[in-house]
Design a protein around this ligand. Structure first.
Ligand SMILES: Nc1ncnc2c1ncn2[C@@H]1O[C@H](COP(=O)(O)OP(=O)(O)O)[C@@H](O)[C@H]1O
Ligand SMILES: [Mg+2]
Length: 240
């Protein structure tokens, strides 16, 4: 089962303006949590603090009860994989893209392992030899997921991973992530600005507005019939 992630009083400023304003969150091992909120709320900034792409000036983030600043940064990023909004595969074949992290560590990833990772990401194993530039957007994002899995992470951070994809590819990525949680017990923190997506995939949702968590709960709780929760108001496009 993946690790817990706990965030305590996280603060971040940019250009003298608060971007994260005392964020508290707790994600259980193997839980899928959606961080939902409008553009500019601070979602990407928060995600980047977890694997230390940004070092926040205040607050503490615990991975399985260890302060992430006490973990070697490369080890942290092997344990906590990241998938970005912009799919960025390198020129070359799919196998080289999946093996990228291992290559950086001067390890070779056996082709059997590459095929296992592609299968986990719900791609046909024979795509390994294909030119990465010929893939559809949905296939390319699943290759990026296979690449993120290559370091055997126990948690994944997903920053709007489907926002460049069509609805069918979006559903496919969502189903792949649900399957991965089932098979590997990964802890998943998934950033989205789409309430419908959060409803489909989240065990629990945190609503982030202007750098603050304004609401937290299970989707059926936040979006239940006649809900006056802020998440439902946000979903209706009426959050001021
Ligand atoms: N590197 C940066 N320099 C200056 N401002 C930034 C930087 N990164 C983020 N911001 C600001 O922080 C706020 C939150 O950004 P971001 O975390 O990207 O929000 P979201 O992912 O929810 O859309 C925005 O106002 C953005 O302009
Ligand atoms: Mg963002």
């Amino acid at each position: 089962m993946g690790p817990t992630i706990r965030i305590e009083d996280l603060r971040l400023e940019r250009d003298q303006r608060p971007v994260l304003n005392g964020v508290h969150m707790a994600i259980g091992g193997g839980e899928i949590v959606c961080l939902l909120g409008p553009s500019g709320a601070g979602k990407s900034s928060l995600l980047r603090c977890i694997n230390r792409l940004t070092e926040p000036p205040a607050g503490t983030i615990f991975l399985a009860d260890t302060d992430v600043t006490a973990i070697d940064v490369l080890s942290l990023r092997r344990q906590v994989g990241m998938v970005f909004q912009q799919v960025s595969l390198f020129p070359g074949i799919v196998a080289e893209n999946v093996a990228y992290g291992a290559t950086l560590q001067k390890r070779t990833l056996p082709s059997k392992e590459i095929k296992r990772l592609l299968t986990l990401a719900d791609l046909p194993a024979d795509i390994a030899g294909q030119d990465s530039q010929t893939l559809s957007g949905g296939q390319a994002q699943r290759v990026a997921i296979a690449r993120a899995l290559a370091t055997e992470p126990s948690a994944l951070l997903l920053d709007e991973p489907t926002s460049a994809l069509d609805p069918a590819s979006t559903r496919h990525v969502e189903e792949t992530m649900l399957k991965l949680r089932q098979e590997l017990g990964l802890t998943l923190l998934w950033v989205t600005h789409l309430p419908e997506q959060a409803k489909r995939i989240a065990d629990r949702i945190y609503l982030l507005v202007e750098g603050q968590v304004v609401e937290e709960g299970a989707p059926e709780h936040l979006f239940g019939a006649d809900s006056d929760h802020l998440a439902a108001i946000f979903a209706a496009g009426e959050l001021e």
